[in-house]
Ligand binder design. Structure first.
Ligand SMILES: O=c1ccn([C@@H]2O[C@H](COP(=O)(O)OP(=O)(O)O[C@H]3O[C@H](CO)[C@@H](O)[C@H](O)[C@H]3O)[C@@H](O)[C@H]2O)c(=O)[nH]1
Ligand SMILES: O=C(O)[C@H](O)COP(=O)(O)O
Length: 321
């Protein structure tokens, strides 16, 4: 590990317990805070998360100014459940409808930037189990107390929970098998980030609106690499939030996610002038499913798109949100 990374780890890692709400309230002053949950078919969990944030950090203590759920083309009643729990719900495709729609989580987050009003934005996945509002407080700690911090990633233990069985540290499969090796290969300055793909992170609007957002599941790696390039390692902090339990996807679905993450890495290497481009990488992912008479071939497109920095979106489009 690079000596700068060891030094960064010591200085820029804290834990949720270091940030009691009373101290955060004092530090908040006039700073406004938006919490955003991207949600596609999350009726089972989104309500409890929104309700906990509202109870503890809106009604209980005025730390959070708005809770927004971006409904990402759900086919269930995620939007109704989130609204009943007290969130402001927006449909992803209703924001800047003049633009051709793009898809996935990154698109939901980029669209949220045009709706949320906070100086600080906190992103929280909507599929978390056992969520506590300390997740949000922890992520806000470094941002509210240190102006040189612009971006805060959560870290946590990640068990794999399935059918009543829990494998400690068995979760985060794409993180361990794809993202961490890629990051160590190409961006070793980021090797100290414990959970580079974690869906819980917070940032200053002033920083986030200057960065492009990759669509789909490339958004976390894209933001991390771009924050490093734009603002430097010291603008990043991480906070230990304890344990994170979420809904696991199948290995096949995670293959698609991994493809998007590798495409994102390629796009950043190319932009940084670090690859000699012989031919563009294929964006077709070939997978196989066992069927009675052999294997069924499943092809999917793992290409990622990209939205420009929010500050580059023309005023006439923005005023039409
Ligand atoms: O088209 C989509 C797909 C997902 N989501 C939401 O995004 C969040 C995370 O999606 P999920 O499918 O649960 O991702 P994970 O399998 O948990 O993937 C991990 O790794 C991804 C790649 O970095 C991150 O985007 C995730 O936040 C992180 O939890 C959830 O609230 C989803 O409802 C959308 O809003 N739109
Ligand atoms: O972050 C990851 O690596 C992916 O979300 C997969 O997580 P899981 O292995 O806990 O399902």
């Amino acid at each position: 590990m690079l000596p700068q990374v060891e030094d960064w780890l010591r200085r820029r890692t804290s834990s949720a317990a270091d940030w009691p709400v009373e101290e955060l309230l004092e530090a908040k002053g006039g700073t406004t805070v938006s919490v955003v949950l991207p949600a596609r078919d999350e009726r089972e969990t989104v309500g409890e998360i929104v309700a906990a944030i509202r109870r503890d950090l809106v009604d209980g203590a005025p730390l959070v100014d708005e809770v927004i759920v971006v409904d990402s083309r759900s086919t269930d009643d995620t939007a109704a459940v989130a609204a009943a729990a007290g969130a402001l719900v927006v449909a992803q495709d209703d924001v800047l409808p003049q633009l051709p729609p793009m898809s996935g989580k990154g698109e939901a987050l980029w669209k949220s930037m045009h709706v949320a009003r906070g100086d600080l934005l906190v992103f929280v996945d909507a599929d978390l189990r056992d969520f506590t509002s300390a997740f949000v407080g922890g992520l806000l700690g470094p941002l509210l107390t240190d102006p040189s911090v612009g971006y805060v990633k959560a870290c946590y233990d990640r068990p794999f929970v399935s059918g009543g069985t829990t494998v400690a540290h068995g979760g985060g499969r794409v993180t361990e098998l794809v993202a961490r090796p890629l990051i160590n290969m190409h961006w070793p300055l980021l090797a100290g980030v414990l959970q580079p793909l974690g869906g819980e992170y917070a940032g200053r609007r002033s920083l986030l609106e200057r960065l492009p957002f990759v669509t789909g599941y490339g958004v976390e790696l894209g933001l991390l690499v771009d924050v490093l390039e734009y603002a430097g390692l010291d603008a990043i902090a991480q906070v230990d939030l304890g344990t994170r339990v979420h809904r696991h996807q199948s290995a096949e679905a995670l293959g698609g996610m991994s493809g998007q993450i590798m495409q994102t890495a390629w796009s950043r290497l190319e932009r940084q002038g670090r690859v000699v481009r012989l031919e563009p990488p294929s964006t077709t992912l070939t997978q196989f499913r066992r069927v009675a008479d052999g294997h069924e071939i499943r092809l999917s497109d793992v290409a990622v798109g990209e939205r420009p920095p929010v500050i580059e979106v023309a005023d006439h489009l923005r005023s039409a949100v």
